[in-house]
Write a protein that binds this ligand. Structure first.
Ligand SMILES: [Cu+2]
Length: 88
């Protein structure tokens, strides 16, 4: 993730995989389920806690076990939303 944006708009993974988020900016990001900067309860998305991600910080999610379409956003930067598509 960069300043005010993710490195990609859509991520496609298979069920059971994890996502690896890396902060290559010097900004703090607070990441969780949701869109447009509005964090929501994660539901089946394995992103339990909000993370403060400082420079060079990285975070690996739990396994995405439920196929579907999810969104992750950053409460600091509402422009940051990434779509996560989990397939079988
Ligand atoms: Cu951010």
């Amino acid at each position: 993730m960069r300043h005010e944006q993710f490195g990609t708009e859509v991520v496609r993974i298979h069920r059971g995989q994890r996502l690896h988020l890396e902060n290559d900016s010097r900004w703090i990001h607070i990441i969780g389920a949701g869109r447009g900067g509005h964090l929501r309860p994660p539901g089946a998305a394995p992103v339990a806690d909000l993370r403060l991600m400082q420079q060079n910080d990285s975070y690996v999610t739990g396994r995405w076990n439920v196929p579907g379409t999810y969104y992750l956003t950053c409460s600091v930067h509402p422009e940051m939303t990434v779509k996560v598509v989990v397939t079988r």
